[in-house]
Design a binder for this molecule. Structure first.
Ligand SMILES: Nc1ncnc2c1ncn2[C@@H]1O[C@H](COP(=O)(O)OP(=O)(O)OP(=O)(O)O)[C@@H](O)[C@H]1O
Length: 267
């Protein structure tokens, strides 16, 4: 059974059809990409997968069960977690606490247990701290653990977002433009990191990314969306040589800088 299946998913906002008949199958352990020009509907797909929106039509199955229209926290508890295009951290909290609070969400620790520091709470807190430390080491953030998140360099903040998402122990990790704003060295490191995460955490990854070097370098399967519709699906090689994809990018005349499949786009 695939981990995730979108079946003819449609999302309309009034008269605008942002997602128009998306069929997408993600197998367990896959490292998949979702690409397309600006406004193609990529982030809307993530919002549908995480319960921010309910599909207007169609169904979304996670491990065989429908999650279409379920509340975001229910979907998160089933094991779907995401990062955002615009970094969303607790900027005043330390790096370690940013990750520990995410782990606490997973453990569903009640308020009373937190206030009265029950033995159950102490145990969970200890294991959350140990897990958080391990994640910070893996993501090269351990030396920053006591810094406030807002003081971290940009690339490190992006890695901290990933650490927070992983702390919830997801089965499916959705990364929305993880390389945005990174320099070439940072995006190169990110590619290695994404592969390691998939292997070490056995987590399935679906990412949205405009940086074609990252997409082509790291994804095993890519789906291309244009005006809300999937126009191609395949390996990086298949996608790069697909005439429809080339046309969609090169025919892009709105000046958004996406006319270079195979080259670096608007990072
Ligand atoms: N809540 C909303 N209400 C109305 N229209 C929306 C809403 N969310 C997205 N849209 C529209 O849906 C379309 C798809 O937007 P979306 O953000 O999903 O595209 P995208 O592929 O992620 O773009 P980008 O690469 O620029 O982030 C756009 O035309 C956008 O304006």
């Amino acid at each position: 059974m695939p981990l995730l299946e979108c079946k003819n998913v449609i999302k309309r906002f009034g008269g605008l059809t942002a997602v128009n008949g998306v069929n997408l199958t993600i197998e367990q352990g896959a490292l998949a990409g979702l690409i397309g020009p600006n406004g193609a509907g990529k982030t809307t797909v993530f919002n549908l997968l995480t319960g921010v929106y309910a599909p207007t039509e169609g169904d979304i199955l996670f491990e065989g069960a429908s999650i279409a229209g379920k509340k975001p926290h229910e979907i998160a508890q089933r094991g779907v977690c995401r990062t955002f295009q615009n970094i969303r951290l607790f900027s005043e909290l330390s790096v370690l606490d940013n990750v520990r609070t995410a782990a606490a969400v997973r453990e569903k620790i009640g308020l009373a247990a937190t206030v009265f520091r029950t033995p159950g709470f102490e145990k969970v807190e200890k294991s959350a701290t140990a897990d958080a430390g391990h994640l910070l080491e893996l993501l090269g953030l351990y030396n920053f653990k006591d810094e406030q998140a807002k003081n971290l360099p940009y690339g490190a903040q992006r890695r901290l977002e990933i650490a927070r998402a992983l702390a919830t122990k997801p089965r499916l990790l959705l990364l929305d433009e993880p390389a945005a704003g990174m320099n070439p060295q940072e995006s190169d490191d990110l590619m290695h990191l994404i592969r390691r995460l998939r292997d070490e955490f056995s987590v399935t990854i679906l990412l949205i990314e405009h940086d074609m070097n990252v997409v082509m370098g790291v994804c095993e399967n890519i789906t291309v969306l244009v005006y809300g519709q999937p126009i191609a699906h395949g390996t990086p090689e298949e996608i790069q040589s697909n005439p429809k994809v080339i046309q969609a990018y090169l025919g892009d005349e709105d000046g958004d800088g996406l006319g270079d499949v195979g080259g670096k786009a608007d990072a």
